[in-house]
Design a protein around this ligand. Structure first.
Ligand code: NAD
Length: 350
């Protein structure tokens, strides 16, 4: 059984990914997560006692800890989800985004290289143990914003606009450099907006569901016409597994759901599904530098690797709303004092 280091596995996508891998019984999994405000071990309750799964609390920036884990486990794969992931927070405090997303990635790459290298070829390039790979989970936001038409392909130039997307783009470039300079086996996936179970309620869909359930105003940035391409988290996780096992060395794969929706459309859909009134909508000042539109061209991953999304948006959003309704205790627990302080600084004075 191959061994995999999943970082940030207590977050939204990482926890869905680990649960999927455990169900498929494909790997021995170590989950390294610092348990920031976004990390929640409750997301992994169902699989926490599985023999092939182990949680380690710690940071990807802690090179001593990461080395010790490599020493113990002889990982074949690293999948790096660990990140500060919220654009709004990156506007308030960019520093931690550079620290985690850029420097943390570099620590992982450096240690993976050290443990995976078995020799040097005649040109001075490192040679690696067979079957190893580093996969960086990135975002479509590295490409910047689109106008009314067009889509991001893997060759769209990087043009990130927020401190979050700039830190993710920087990490992508370092990953790319390890492949070019050190020939380290890597892939990068760039995904559009995810939705589904276990998403922290600072993000659009769970934020709106939670506020609707509590009859709180629904803060909508600007005119609400920012367009995102939505993908169910389980489709994203399947795409990552596909790239991990079949992705061509050094390649980047865009992952998208072909579901472009304006934010305000999503908000109205949630209001209707929960039988609430549109009077809850409260337009607030737009986010600084807010990207207008993202859209992913996923031709490469669908034609070369045979992945395609299984969820329609209609089915996925219905299931997601039901999940949050059923998991009101989960929601109540994650909405703690720290979250409310953050929420009030974001929306109370607008
Ligand atoms: P998340 O914020 O829900 O989870 C991030 C996880 O990383 C948390 O569990 C947190 O505790 C952990 N973490 C933070 N700093 C760490 C550190 N220094 N060391 C170890 N763990 C640390 O994020 P998410 O939405 O699950 O996103 C996961 C990844 O996918 C991120 O890299 C993000 O950029 C990328 N991504 C997300 C989306 C999306 O829509 N959510 C879309 C495209 C790409």
């Amino acid at each position: 059984m191959k061994s995999i280091l999943v970082t940030g596995g207590a977050g939204f996508i990482g926890s869905n990914f680990i649960s999927l891998l455990v169900k498929k019984q494909l790997f021995r999994i170590v989950n390294l997560d610092a348990l920031t405000y976004a990390g929640n071990l409750e997301n992994l309750k169902e699989i926490e006692n599985n023999d092939h799964y182990r949680f380690v609390k710690g940071s990807i920036n802690d090179d001593v800890l990461v080395e010790a884990l490599f020493e113990e486990e002889q990982f074949d794969y690293v999948v790096n989800f660990a990140a500060e992931s919220h654009v709004d927070r990156s506007i308030k405090n960019p520093e931690i985004f550079v620290m985690t997303n850029v420097l943390g990635t570099q620590v992982l790459l450096n240690i993976a290289k050290k443990f995976w290298q078995t020799g040097i070829d005649k040109n001075g390039y490192p040679i690696y143990r067979d079957g190893v790979k580093y996969l960086q989970v990135s975002t479509d936001e590295v490409y910047g914003a689109l106008g009314k038409t067009g889509m991001f392909t893997e060759s769209t130039p990087l043009s990130p606009n927020s401190p979050y997307s700039a830190s993710k783009a920087s990490a992508d470039l370092i990953v790319r450099a390890y492949n070019e300079t050190f020939k380290m086996p890597i892939n990068i996936t760039r995904c559009s907006n995810n939705y589904g179970p276990y998403q922290f309620p600072e993000k659009l869909i769970p934020l709106m569901i939670n506020n609707c359930l509590n009859d709180r105003p629904l803060p909508v940035y600007g005119d609400g016409m920012q367009i995102r391409d939505w993908l169910h988290v389980l489709d994203h996780c399947e795409a990552i597994e596909t790239v991990l096992e079949h992705g061509k060395n050094g390649e980047i794969y865009n992952v998208g759901g072909n579901n472009e929706k304006a934010n305000i459309e999503i908000v109205k859909l949630i209001i209707n599904a929960l039988d609430k009134n549109e009077s809850l909508i409260q337009y607030v000042n737009d986010r600084l530098g807010h990207d207008r539109r993202y859209a992913i061209d996923n031709t490469k991953i669908t034609t070369e690797l045979g992945w395609s999304p299984k969820y329609t948006f209609e089915q996925g959003i219905k299931e997601t709303i039901h999940w949050y309704l059923d998991q009101s205790e989960w929601l109540n627990r994650v909405i703690n004092m720290e979250y409310m302080v953050y929420y009030n600084t974001m929306y109370s004075k607008r």
